[in-house]
Design a protein around this ligand. Structure first.
Ligand SMILES: [Fe+2]
Length: 272
């Protein structure tokens, strides 16, 4: 439990899909992911102050290397805020867990005044798609059920890597959360859930479903074009997201993109 002024918003920064490699010179579809990550982090440092929490919502590493996780964790240090991460399809939780100085980053529930942030592991070893294990669903259900009895908490933000609602591009069908019905049923049964936050499909989305806001955040590297049939990269720049979790349950959020720099990507690629 983090003690804080109840009337202040919780300032969240989300960094997602960094896809870092063991070799910082390596590229994903011609884009150097270390370079684009650093440009996004420079922007965070320049723009944001008083951050309460940083959320790294998966695909931290492209090659599940310890070196990549370490560089991500070290890059969080100047922000002077706790960071939490969840694995994506490219990550390996067992490797992330070997970084003992950053053990705290695997908390699956954090509380800031009137807000709770639930972090769910939707990764399935060796698969691109996601699935919430029974243990994760139970953690979510238990947490949400306890909120009405909590002396302070009124609002919940739920985070996972995979998209729990189908992406808009044809090629994305099948790569999202496979047991989305079970997940959405829990979300929609509990009135305390304000938003679901995710990454995975490398694009900006902000929509509402059954009174809950769904926020997808662009990657810090390559971007996927929405509303297409086949795999297509988008020309928009890497980004991060800020969220101000207001004490009354509202969320003010913004995607902030790198500007003034053109990133070269391989537009001929048919997948990643
Ligand atoms: Fe990704």
């Amino acid at each position: 439990m983090v003690e804080r002024e109840m009337e202040l918003p919780v300032r969240v920064v989300q960094i997602t899909d960094t896809h870092l490699f063991r070799d910082p010179r390596a590229a994903l579809l011609k884009l150097n992911t270390q370079d684009s990550f650093e440009k996004v982090m420079e922007l965070v440092i320049q723009n944001e102050s008083g951050i309460d929490v940083v959320l790294g919502t998966g695909d931290i590493a492209q090659d599940a290397s310890r070196e990549a996780y370490l560089r991500f964790a070290q890059a969080m240090q100047p922000l002077n805020a706790p960071f939490y991460w969840i694995p994506g399809n490219h990550d390996r939780r067992q490797v992330m867990e070997t970084l003992t100085p950053f053990e705290h980053a695997f908390s699956n529930l954090v509380t800031f005044g009137k807000w709770q942030i639930v972090l769910l592991d939707s990764s399935v070893a060796g698969e691109v798609h996601g699935r919430l294990h029974e243990r994760e669903l139970q953690h979510l259900e238990r947490t949400l059920r306890a909120v009405p009895r909590h002396p302070e908490v009124e609002h919940v933000l739920v985070c996972l890597h995979h998209n729990p609602v189908d992406g808009s591009a044809g090629w994305m069908s099948g790569i999202g959360l496979h047991n989305q019905e079970e997940f959405l049923a829990i979300i929609e049964r509990h009135a305390c859930v304000r938003a679901v936050l995710y990454g995975h499909i490398h694009q900006e989305l902000d929509f509402e479903r059954q009174g809950v806001r769904y926020l997808c955040t662009p990657s810090t590297c390559i971007q996927f074009k929405p509303q297409v049939q086949d795999f297509t990269l988008d020309d928009v720049n890497p980004a991060y997201r800020t969220l101000l979790l207001q004490p009354d349950g509202r969320i003010d959020t913004q995607v902030v993109r790198v500007t003034g720099h053109a990133f070269e990507v391989d537009h001929t690629s048919t997948g990643y």
